[in-house]
Design a binder for this molecule. Structure first.
Ligand code: HEM
Length: 483
């Protein structure tokens, strides 16, 4: 029966004239991705071999990959509902439920509208105290490494998780989970999830739930889901108590409380949004920051430039380590350029998969992506296109400094946060968090990278990109006063 169904699916698969690797009956190109872990380099190789638009099959499923800004715009900006491909997000859905990432149509629109004011750049000043306080805690933990080299991704994940949940809920994260060990465990599970996600992405048979749950990956996934559910329930319970006591008025917590939480259905929707925000914010932020710090370790000339500007803005007196204000951050043009260049060169969300509900002409009409297929915008390849960025593999924040080549870039050539209606909800929040973190850490430490550039490029192909060997960094005190 299974063979008959698979044969029928294969015979009726969608087709395109776009080039791609030879396929095997029933399997498509799955055999290319069977050897774990699958690396982003695999996709880069296909791009080198087949060009700006190419296709591959996961079983009978057609995936068309686009990279050029014109095609990016055509796929991401439409008047129709934008839907992420449910096949690729199936594993994520098991953790986040039907939150913003997964939803589409009117439900997505209503929830997006309700959450947008929370993340609008005019609301960010409310989160600055939390950013400063939590980054101080991160500094203490990094200082406790005593200058030894270590993979900092778990620490970065914990810091990002705490920042998001504290800032948005207006309460200490320790209220939700007082046990520091458990906090670190949960943050580390986010990294484990990336591996499970990747393992299931190219194994179409794992889309069948019964097979999935029987596997080792399924068991890991169950553990992650259990932990996420437990923390979310405790977070919501604490939010309800603290909101009445402390009269916190953040949009996020009032949204959670206004939606009649006594109804089970509402409870599920709310908890789905909480997990979605936690998942989307935690490992994207952790990865982006760890890439930025690693790049500064590898290219110390940019670290020195950033530190010189920090010395100018914060002075070198006794209050050098004071909390950063929005005014300070506005003056840090070098850190701004470092953040932008990091997000270009190390695109943390490397693929934006869409299921399309009409035929889309691509590459100036040379090919057509047929209705119903998955079109994946490979933003990490767009960002390394030599036609768009001269010397694309070079880490050169100068291109984003006033007058730099990237300041007059082509529309849709810079898309670290996506584009169109499904653009990242937290982009302003994320950018400010990155700047405050870098401004705080670089005032105190000189960062040295034990990971080579090659290590950073050796990246797991998953929902977010992280180097297989982690981010090996050490932090050395810059000045006596910071000790
Ligand atoms: C450097 C950090 C981050 C990066 C690089 C990033 C990147 C992205 C990208 C590329 C998308 C769009 C994916 C697509 O088009 O399919 C996205 C969506 C999203 N991001 Fe982020 N993100 C970051 C941080 C955050 C933070 C801090 C939050 C929340 C506090 C957040 C919340 C979301 C949500 C909720 C969506 C789904 C939006 C929707 O579908 O309406 N992100 N992110």
């Amino acid at each position: 029966c299974a063979l008959a169904v698979a044969s029928w699916l294969w015979a009726t698969r969608l087709q395109t004239a776009a080039p791609g690797p030879p396929t095997w009956p029933l399997l498509g190109n799955v055999q290319h991705f069977l050897k774990q872990p699958v690396l982003l380099e695999h996709a880069a190789d296909l791009y080198k071999q087949y060009g700006d638009v190419f296709r591959f099959y996961v079983g009978p499923k057609l995936v068309v990959v686009v990279t050029k800004p014109e095609d990016v715009k055509r796929v991401l900006v439409t008047t129709k509902w934008q839907e992420r491909d449910p096949y690729f997000l199936g594993t994520l859905r098991k953790v986040t439920g039907n939150g913003l990432l997964i939803n589409s149509g009117e439900v997505w629109q209503r929830h997006r509208k309700a959450l947008e004011p929370t993340f609008h750049y005019t609301a960010l000043h409310r989160y600055l105290d939390t950013f400063n306080k939590e980054v101080c805690l991160l500094s203490e933990r990094l200082a406790a490494m005593g200058g030894q080299e270590s993979d900092v991704l778990p620490l970065m994940c914990l810091s990002s998780l705490r920042i998001t949940m504290c800032a948005l809920g207006g309460m200490e994260y320790d209220v939700v989970e007082p046990d520091q060990y458990q906090q670190q465990q949960l943050a580390s599970e986010f990294i484990g999830f990336l591996k499970v996600f990747q393992a299931t992405m190219f194994r179409p048979w794992k889309a069948i739930n019964s097979l999935m749950w029987m596997s080792e990956d399924g068991r890991k996934l169950k553990k992650i889901i259990g932990m996420a559910k437990d923390v979310t329930n405790r977070y919501l319970a604490a939010l309800r108590v603290y909101n009445t006591k402390l009269e916190i008025t953040s949009h996020f917590s009032s949204l959670l409380l206004e939606e009649k939480p006594e109804m089970q259905e509402m409870d599920d929707k709310i908890s789905d949004e909480v997990v979605t925000v936690a998942v989307t914010a935690t490992e994207t932020m952790a990865g982006a920051l760890a890439y930025a710090l690693s790049a500064l370790g590898l290219y110390p000339e940019w670290q020195v430039k950033a530190q010189q500007q920090l010395d100018e803005v914060f002075g070198e007196g006794g209050d050098f380590l004071r909390p950063a204000t929005l005014e300070d951050i506005g003056k840090l043009t070098v850190i701004d350029a470092i953040v932008k260049e990091t997000l270009r060169l190390f695109t943390v969300v490397p693929f934006l998969p869409r299921i399309i509900d009409e035929d889309i002409p691509l590459a100036g009409g040379r090919y057509v992506a047929p209705r119903g297929c998955c079109v994946a915008v490979a933003s990490f390849l767009t960002h390394r296109d030599p036609d768009l960025y001269p010397e694309p593999d070079k880490f050169d924040p100068g291109r984003f400094l006033p007058g730099g080549s990237a300041t007059s870039r082509k529309p849709f050539s810079y898309i670290p946060f996506g584009a169109g209606s499904r653009v990242c909800l937290g982009s302003s929040f994320a950018t400010l968090e990155m700047k405050v973190t870098l401004a705080t850490l670089l005032r105190q430490f000189t960062v040295v990278s034990g990971s080579t550039r090659k290590d950073l490029e050796h990246t797991l192909f998953s929902i977010t990109a992280h180097p297989l060997k982690g981010f090996r960094l050490s932090f050395r005190a810059r000045k006596e006063q910071s000790l």
